[in-house]
Design a binder for this molecule. Structure first.
Ligand code: ZN
Length: 181
């Protein structure tokens, strides 16, 4: 390993991300998702994919564009550590720290390493999004089930209370009839 010196120029990866807004890939900006049950009943649920925190659906999601660039730095400090694990070289350029395995001789090398890294980060993000979409779909059938159960429970309760109210009414009517006699 060639150890660079203070004042030497090095090429490093310029990793970073830029935020972009995209239409929600689940509700497509409608804020609602329709679940069709086995008997063709349609249940409309609030989109959970574009909700931020405990808020309302927004109709859009935030995605990141990973930067693919290289930049040149001038070394201002070199630290070499040599122990049983091997040699580790740490370069400083102002307030930035770079390890020897992320330092390159040419712009092309730094750029191609940055592209590989960006791709890896993008894949990780895509996998996370797919996992979230899948768990969201599970969530909708659960939500639909919960709403229907609540609706059925309310109907049953309504029927029960209606019957009780009817009994009360007929009882009070009986009472009135008797008083009139
Ligand atoms: Zn949505």
């Amino acid at each position: 390993m060639i150890i660079k010196e203070v004042g030497d120029k090095i090429w490093v990866m310029d990793v970073g991300r830029k935020e972009t807004k995209k239409t929600c890939p689940v509700c497509f900006g409608n804020l609602n998702v329709t679940v069709i049950l086995g008997d063709d009943t349609e249940v409309v649920c609030k989109c959970q994919y574009c909700v931020q925190g405990f808020g309302e659906p927004r109709g859009y999601v935030t995605e990141y564009i990973w930067k693919e660039a290289a930049k040149q730095e001038v070394i201002t400090n070199v630290r070499v550590e040599n122990d049983s694990n091997g040699m580790k070289v740490e370069y400083r350029a102002g307030c930035y720290v770079y390890y020897s395995d992320t330092v390159f001789e040419t712009e092309e090398d730094a750029l191609s390493a940055c592209k590989i890294r960006s791709k890896g980060l993008k894949n990780q993000e895509d996998e996370r999004n797919i996992r979230m979409q899948k768990s969201n779909i599970k969530n909708y059938s659960y939500q639909a089930g919960r709403h229907i159960k609540a609706a059925n429970d309310s109907l049953r309760q309504a029927e029960y209370h209606k019957k009780l109210a009817a009994i009360c009414k007929s009882r009070s009517r009986n009472k009135l009839d008797k008083e009139e006699e």
